[in-house]
Design a protein around this ligand. Structure first.
Ligand code: S3P
Length: 436
């Protein structure tokens, strides 16, 4: 997300939502395709790559470290891997933009490199907690400095040789787990990470796909250091987190029937599908298949009468990026939805609990904040009005979905942030809601 001029958009209530769509590539997998493609030997070809601002930050960072990356189609890349020891010291600060994944995963990688690097980001990223990666990396022997005693970026990293550790992460975070595993690539020996609940496992899957020895065990994962990573062809599936906006849009719009093609359904990410089905949503997975080590399906969505449910525990990391749009579904469901154990939402691109309570509240929703979640009692319809994204792409898109079922027009301020994860969102929304 840039710190550019805010852009305001208006969304009108829709009467229909029908058709077949596809959504852009998975953000998490796209980041990792650049990272592991760069560290591999040979040329990695990526298709379905997400050309969103977050991924372009990762692309730029690896180019700055001497990796040759070519765009070969609208969503296709070729990466000339430099091998595990081939990165060169960046001659400038690496700008991670709005991307927590870029900053946290790269901190792990940079910690094991024999050079100095500095990672910074936009005003939102510079507010987010970084000690969660600095602490385990320091235990491996890394030297990292940041504002607030290493809590906030910019982070300055003097890389060097590290030792393997077993790290018991207090948070279920794929970014923490992946940072430690990326640091573990450079060490002799086995690096182990445990977490309270399983977070997304794209790093483990892609490292295995590139030839590393990654073994899951009860509650965690281990990686054997100094693997030989070999270039691969990577087909990135559509991002289930982007598809989620259209799943909810389809469920809440009377008469809607939508097919979303080519959606990643990795079980560590598909919590949104289970949650919406538990709410009474008619969602069907068709044509289930596997691509580059990741499960994929087409998702058929039909308008449904939703009901409130309780969401907590293991389910939370499986749907961690979807709670803004889940709160929209809950605001239009019969009864009460209670979300617990989701305190991580407070440290995302913005505080997503405070943001959704404030913005859905402006449209008349009955929604209350809890320290670790939200309690939402549904209504037949929301009101029109004026809301803001808080500079957070997922809040902007969730409010656009809410607007489809409002009584009157909803104006959303600060919407340029959708470019971080979903270029083309507004065009697609207009197209299927019949406004184009
Ligand atoms: C991501 C992990 C999640 C998620 C983020 C992407 C990743 O963050 O919210 O959008 O690609 O590893 P946490 O690891 O902080 O939960």
């Amino acid at each position: 997300m840039s710190d550019n001029q805010p852009l305001t958009r208006s969304v009108l209530p829709t009467k229909s939502l029908r058709g077949e769509i596809s959504v852009p590539g998975d953000k998490s997998i796209s980041h990792r395709s650049i990272m592991f493609g760069s560290l591999a030997e040979g040329t990695t070809r990526v298709s379905g790559f997400l050309m969103g601002e977050d991924n372009l930050s990762t692309w730029q960072a690896f180019e700055t470290m001497g990796v040759n990356i070519r765009q070969t189609g609208p969503d296709a890349l070729e990466i000339e891997g430099v091998g595990l020891d081939g990165l060169v010291e960046p001659g400038n600060v690496l700008d991670c933009g709005n991307s927590g994944t870029t900053m946290r995963l790269m901190s792990g990688l940079m910690a094991g490199q024999n050079f100095f690097s500095v990672l910074t980001g936009d005003k939102y990223l510079r507010r987010r907690p970084m000690k969660r990666v600095v602490t385990p990396l320091a235990a491996m022997g890394a030297r990292i400095w940041g504002r607030d005693g290493g809590e906030r970026a910019p982070l300055a990293i003097q890389g060097g040789s590290l030792k393997p550790i077993t790290y018991a992460s207090p948070v279920a975070s794929a970014q923490v787990k992946s940072a430690v595993l990326l640091a573990g690539l450079s060490v002799d020996g086995e690096t182990r990470v445990t977490e309270p609940h399983l977070s997304r496992d794209h790093s483990e899957r892609m490292l295995t796909y590139f030839g590393a020895d990654v073994l899951p065990f009860a509650g965690g994962v281990s990686l054997t250091g100094r693997p030989r990573l070999m270039a691969q062809d990577v087909i990135v599936p559509g991002d289930v987190s982007s598809a989620a906006f259209f799943m909810v849009a389809g469920l809440i719009t009377p008469g809607a029937e939508l097919t979303i093609r080519n959606v990643g359904i990795n079980p560590t990410r598909s919590g949104i599908i289970d949650i919406l089905i538990a709410m009474g949503g008619q969602l069907e997975l068709l044509n289930i298949r596997e691509q580059s080590g990741e499960p994929v399906a087409d998702v058929l969505v039909r308008h449904s009468r939703l009901k409130g449910i309780e969401i907590s525990g293991d389910m939370v990391p499986r749907a961690i990026d979807e709670f803004p749009v889940i709160s929209v579904a809950a605001a239009l469901a019969e009864g009460t939805t209670t979300i617990r154990d989701a305190e991580e939402l407070r440290v995302k691109e913005t505080d997503r609990i405070a943001a959704m309570v404030s913005e859905l509240g402006k449209l008349g929703a009955q929604i209350e904040a809890r320290p670790d979640g939200m309690v939402i009692t549904g209504a037949e319809q929301l009101n029109g009005g004026k809301v803001t994204s808080h500079g957070d792409h997922r809040i902007a898109m969730s409010m656009a979905v809410a607007a489809l079922c409002a009584r009157a027009e909803v104006t959303i301020e600060d919407t340029e942030c959708t470019e971080t994860s979903f270029p083309g969102f507004w065009i697609l929304l207009d197209k299927i809601s019949g406004s184009l």
